[in-house]
Design a protein around this ligand. Structure first.
Ligand code: CA
Ligand code: CA
Ligand code: CA
Length: 130
């Protein structure tokens, strides 16, 4: 269970990082990433090259998680350290939930617990203003 949580944590982080890496410019790869992972040198990241990149990102995040939560530096996560991760994950979830609730409170004008098209439109309008 806890390993699944860590995995989820890592994957989410990896996804964010991957998205970030690809965000620069229109479908142009980050030259640094390309240099590192374009193993056949065709200037593009093929499927297997992307897989290698993702693996690397996941591994580095797993290592970071271990570094962050392995308080007694024995290279393993014991129950107390796992509990700390769990707590972080819970805090993360609570934060997301609070954000969602705040948004619903603001935009769910007819209080049916859902955002209909008009309510969504109002939300978008508001986002544009910022
Ligand atoms: Ca390639
Ligand atoms: Ca430890
Ligand atoms: Ca509504």
């Amino acid at each position: 269970m806890i390993m699944n949580l860590i995995r989820l944590f890592t994957l989410t982080a990896a996804f964010a990082l991957t998205t970030h890496a690809w965000a620069g410019g229109s479908k142009k790869c980050d030259p640094e990433i390309l240099k590192k992972y374009d193993t056949n040198g065709d200037g593009n990241l093929g499927k297997s090259e992307k897989v290698a990149m993702k693996k690397d990102i996941e591994a580095s995040h797993a290592a970071k998680d271990l570094e962050k939560y392995d308080l007694n530096k024995d290279g393993k996560l014991d129950d107390a350290e796992k509990a700390a991760i769990q707590k972080d994950v819970e805090a993360h979830k609570a934060e997301a939930k609070a954000k969602r609730e705040k948004m619903m409170k603001k935009y769910d004008v007819n209080h049916d617990g859902k955002l209909d098209d008009a309510e969504k439109a109002a939300m978008k309008e508001n986002a544009k203003k910022k």
